[in-house]
Design a binder for this molecule. Structure first.
Ligand code: GAR
Length: 216
């Protein structure tokens, strides 16, 4: 992969701490031969946008116009694809070859996922396949697990499901609240997401069905 620069596009909806952890590792040269070329938000007021701009990165807000509220399922899916096509147009303008979901709260359409197959990563705050979906930390607390953690995976057409790249284990304490547990998990997220990106950029990830082999 020597010499080839990977253009990264990050999709966000909120705080953007994982986004910032990745941007920092690129800036520090820990992730080499990569450039974060655009951050796209589904929410106008996402704090991630300001954070990205502070690093000199171009940001865009693409308005989803609450398409998920459309009651007719077929029309809703059409609107989802239309929205995703707007995102893809911006990614293509900037020759993005790796898409990172970092607290991006909309489900991508199969159209998007097929287009960037094997080139979309997500981070989820649990040890998948446990506790997919929303409020993973609360799900873990409610279930009573002693350990939880976080997972970086390639995105496929099912939510929080694709081939697993890296995971980190985090203990659950008896007196944990959703906040204290989330904070402990988040620290690990900030370690494994940039690490997964580095491995990808260095050409060290090989996907074999559900399994991701890390080449040395
Ligand atoms: C992170 O904890 C991330 O794992 C989670 O949202 C948070 C975003 O924080 N993502 C999901 O739950 C996706 N299913 P951030 O905006 O500070 O990175």
């Amino acid at each position: 992969m020597e010499g080839k620069v990977i253009n990264i596009g990050i999709l966000v909806s909120g705080r953007g701490s994982n986004m910032e952890a990745i941007i920092r590792k690129v800036e520090e040269g820990y992730i080499k031969n990569a450039k974060v070329v655009v951050v796209i938000s589904s929410r106008r007021d996402a704090p991630a946008l300001e954070k990205a701009r502070a690093h000199g990165i171009e940001t865009l807000f693409i308005d989803p116009k609450d398409f998920w509220k459309e009651p007719d399922p077929e029309k809703r899916e059409r609107l989802r694809v239309e929205y995703d096509k707007n995102i893809i147009a911006e990614l293509e303008k900037r020759n993005v070859n790796l898409v990172l979901l970092a607290g991006y709260m909309l489900k991508l359409s199969p159209y998007f996922i097929r287009k960037y197959k094997g080139r979309i990563m997500n981070i989820h705050p649990s040890l998948l396949p446990a506790f997919p979906g929303l409020n993973a930390q609360k799900q873990a607390l409610d279930y009573g697990v002693k350990y939880t953690g976080c997972t970086v995976h390639f995105v496929d057409e099912e939510v929080d499901h694709g081939p697993i790249i890296l995971q980190a284990v985090v203990p659950v304490h008896d007196d944990d609240t959703v906040e204290t547990l989330s904070e402990r998990i988040l620290k690990k997220e900030h370690e494994i997401y940039p690490e997964a990106v580095r491995l990808y950029v260095e050409g060290k990830l090989e996907v074999l069905g559900r399994k991701v082999k890390i080449k040395s």
